[in-house]
Design a protein around this ligand. Structure first.
Ligand code: KIV
Ligand code: ZN
Length: 508
């Protein structure tokens, strides 16, 4: 099995995603997690780019052990000197220097001839070698470069001392088969190629970054450059987690693996998303919220009989605790029954049938079905909660400089009762009035509020957890007025408690 090096550039190219820049502390936080993930190289930044980037590379170099820490530098004296200074404290430090090799870049951006570029590349590698033995050279825009010129550049930089030569698909232009052929061409036409590790660095403009990286591995690349969640310039870079898990899942096909501790993948993905503010799309491979979620009834049934019918990887392998069976309109009775069991309901077949019928109706009304919906459905529709208490009227006074007050009118069994209470806020005042009218002494364990739709006219959904004499119930209420939603949720929970007093062995 070949071991492929993972060169993580989340802190450099990943940071080039619009809006994803990280400060020094944030970079250190991510770097520590990348070390736990066991990447081979951390490209911590571009030291010449800003004092903050210099500082970040230096701090990562000072702190992180057992992982190579790398700083990027253009093929220019000042960049290389700054990168050398930044990686100075590293246990193992690398300078990554680059210059473009495509005619488009030479003509319009660099305004240099091929010979000048060749000389600049040689010079940059030699200069970098004065500071470290570990020098990587990148031929920027390699995939749009003339293949024979690229071969000459690669040969010369290896002669000058580069131990890693990177072939970037800078603009995400390559197609897997063609990219594989380019790597093979280099392997067959650069005489000293065996003296360096060939690396690839693919961008995702055509959505092919991971496919291109994997094809390059098949053609002999020994290092892949990638980022967590695939973040990076424009459409991003090849996603680390996808490359690693493709190799892990198809060992017979690739005959290659990495040193990555795959169980750390999900945690790393969450951390990078939180720090950069780059949200992971739900259908993102490996780490998306739906990556291990099954909704279709046929899939759920197969999965429950034997998970390998519809799962090629175990979620635990990437640090996700378990697969999810999402209940929705495509789900079947099998998954529904399982979920009822997980929620602690022991229902008769007749009750299950009734609940399932009601569940299917709800699926046509609601996009997402949460466990709370199922609990409400079971307790209110199947094991109907008797309405001992119901809300008739609610008036609240609150604002700046006044003590909030709530006047609540309830029906308690067949009596109408009303009272006014004050509290620390409008919800507190309302709850005090309700507790007084219902003469209950439950303890509020949890109060959660969320808006169902966006905008100031959103429907507010409140859920409360009450405890009384060891009985715990959850109540729900929704309304465009959040105080009314809170009152409804409290009353719903109190009604459940009343029901439980009569029938203590039944579910939540
Ligand atoms: O995409 C690219 O070419 C790069 C180089 C600096 C390696 O990021
Ligand atoms: Zn790049």
């Amino acid at each position: 099995m070949r071991l492929i090096k993972i060169f993580d550039t989340t802190l450099r190219d990943g940071e080039q995603s619009p809006g994803a820049s990280m400060n020094v502390e944030e970079k250190l936080h991510v770097a520590r997690q990348l070390a736990r993930l066991n990447v081979d190289v951390i490209e911590a930044g571009f030291p010449i780019a800003s004092p903050g980037d210099f500082e970040a590379v230096r701090r990562v170099a000072e702190e992180i052990r057992d992982v190579t820490v790398c700083g990027l530098a253009r093929a220019k004296d000042i960049d290389i000197e700054r990168a050398a200074e930044a990686i100075g404290p590293a246990q193992s430090g690398r300078i990554h220097t680059f210059i473009a090799t495509s005619d488009i870049h030479l003509q319009y951006k660099l305004r240099m001839s091929r010979e000048e570029v060749l000389e600049a590349a040689r010079y940059a590698v030699r200069k970098a070698r004065n500071y470290t033995d570990d020098v990587e050279f990148s031929a920027e825009d390699a995939t749009r470069s003339d293949w024979d010129f690229l071969c000459r550049v690669v040969e010369e930089v290896i002669k000058a001392g580069a131990s890693t030569v990177n072939i970037p698909d800078t603009v995400g232009y390559a197609i897997p088969q063609e990219f594989g052929e380019l790597i093979e061409y280099l392997m067959n036409n650069v005489p000293n190629i065996d003296r360096a590790t060939i690396s690839v660095h693919c961008h995702n403009d055509l959505g092919l970054a991971v496919a291109n990286s994997l094809t390059a591995i098949l053609s002999g690349a020994g290092q892949v450059e990638c980022t967590v969640n695939g973040i990076g310039e424009r459409a991003g870079n090849a996603a680390m987690e996808e490359i690693v898990m493709a190799l892990k899942t198809r060992p017979n096909f690739f005959n290659a693996d990495t040193r990555i501790v795959t169980e750390e993948i999900y945690k790393t993905s969450r951390l990078v998303s939180k720090i950069t503010g780059m949200v992971v799309q739900p259908n993102k491979a490996i780490v998306g919220a739906n990556a291990f979620a099954h909704e279709s009834g046929i899939h759920q049934d197969g999965f429950l009989k034997e998970r390998s019918t519809y799962e090629i990887m175990r979620p635990e392998a990437v640090g996700i605790p378990q697969s999810k069976l999402v209940l929705g309109k495509h789900s079947g009775r099998h998954a529904f029954k399982e979920r009822l069991k997980e929620l602690g309901y022991e229902l008769t077949q007749e009750e299950i049938d009734k609940a399932f019928e009601r569940f299917k109706q709800l699926c046509d009304q609601k996009k997402y079905i949460f466990d709370e919906d199922i609990e409400t459905l079971v307790s209110e529709e199947v094991k109907r909660v008797p309405e001992v208490f119901s809300l008739l009227d609610l008036k609240v006074e609150s604002g700046t400089g006044i003590k909030p007050q709530a006047t609540v009118k309830l029906r308690v069994r067949d009596r109408e009762v009303v009272t006014t209470a004050s509290g620390d806020g409008p919800v507190d005042a309302t709850y005090k009035a309700i507790a007084r009218l219902t003469e209950t002494e439950s303890h509020l364990e949890k109060f959660e509020i969320k808006s169902i739709t966006g905008g100031t006219d959103a429907l507010g959904e409140v859920s409360v957890t009450l405890e009384e004499d060891g009985r715990v119930v959850r109540g729900y209420g929704s309304d465009t007025d959040i105080i009314v939603a809170a009152a409804k949720a409290y009353i719903n929970a109190l009604n459940k408690l009343e029901g439980r007093k009569r029938e203590p062995s039944k579910g939540i």
